[in-house]
Design a protein around this ligand. Structure first.
Ligand SMILES: C[S@@+](CC[C@H](N)C(=O)[O-])C[C@H]1O[C@@H](n2cnc3c(N)ncnc32)[C@H](O)[C@@H]1O
Length: 221
């Protein structure tokens, strides 16, 4: 088994176990007191969506962003949720059926190999892109598919600057499912995401959130 497929297997196994209770446990993510809903709202606002738009939610998990995206694109718009883990997508499907949305489609795929629909109006990824080793390529593929003026927005976690190693390890305990903390801290994927967005997009805005433990990155084509 290749390194990539064994990493995926481990990740899928972890999120299969988390899927059932994810919507509740994620309220405490990454730490109690973190304004999870406010940050999601900020991220969705940064997409600049209009009624009728098409938006891709990369690594959508159980679809926690869907209600906000639905409100923005309306019934005439389209949402495409992409995720690697079948069990997370099954929860997302439950959410779609419970709400009676007919304009949301789900794709089980690795973000790294996903073929973005051409001319998509916006792309969002929340709390997932730093888990994807090929995050820079995903940013580039998405940017190439965006329509003119379309927005790419990433909301995710990072290690605050100037933090003692032991504190960073404590604060990033939540990354355990998908990589060793040491690997995540050493790899610093948020820097690769920032660099890729600057390379591929215009008007890139980078905002540090919650004492530098999270970031919102937004750019447009
Ligand atoms: C912490 S959850 C975030 C879910 C959702 N975006 C949210 O904000 O609640 C991380 C999700 O990323 C997905 N994921 C991780 N690596 C992925 C990859 N390479 N391709 C697609 N999905 C991936 C996992 O299956 C999981 O559903």
């Amino acid at each position: 088994m290749s390194q990539t497929s064994s990493t995926h297997e481990r990740l899928i196994e972890t999120y299969r176990k988390k899927a059932k209770h994810y919507d509740v446990t994620s309220r405490l993510y990454p730490a109690p007191g973190y304004p999870q809903r406010t940050q999601r709202l900020r991220a969705v606002r940064a997409l600049g969506l209009r009624p009728g738009d098409t938006v891709v939610d990369i690594a959508c998990g159980t679809g926690l962003n869907f209600p906000l995206l639905e409100r923005a694109v309306g019934p005439g718009g389209r949402i495409v949720g992409v995720d690697l883990t079948d069990a997370m997508l099954a929860r997302a499907q439950d959410r779609i059926e419970t709400n009676g949305w007919s304009n949301v489609s789900l794709v089980q795929a690795d973000a790294a190999g996903f073929d973005f629909p051409a001319g998509v109006n916006a792309i969002l990824s929340t709390y997932a892109m730093t888990q994807v080793p090929e995050c820079a390529e995903v940013i580039a593929h998405g940017a190439a598919a965006l329509s003119g003026g379309g927005h790419w927005v990433v909301l995710d976690l990072k290690v605050p600057g100037y933090t003692p190693g032991w504190l960073a390890q404590l604060g990033t305990a939540t990354v355990r499912p998908f990589a060793s903390i040491d690997e995540w801290i050493t790899r610093r994927p948020w820097e690769a995401i920032r660099a890729a967005m600057r390379e591929e997009l215009a008007d890139v805005a980078w905002t540090e959130l919650f004492f530098g433990t999270a970031f919102l990155a937004a750019g447009s084509r």
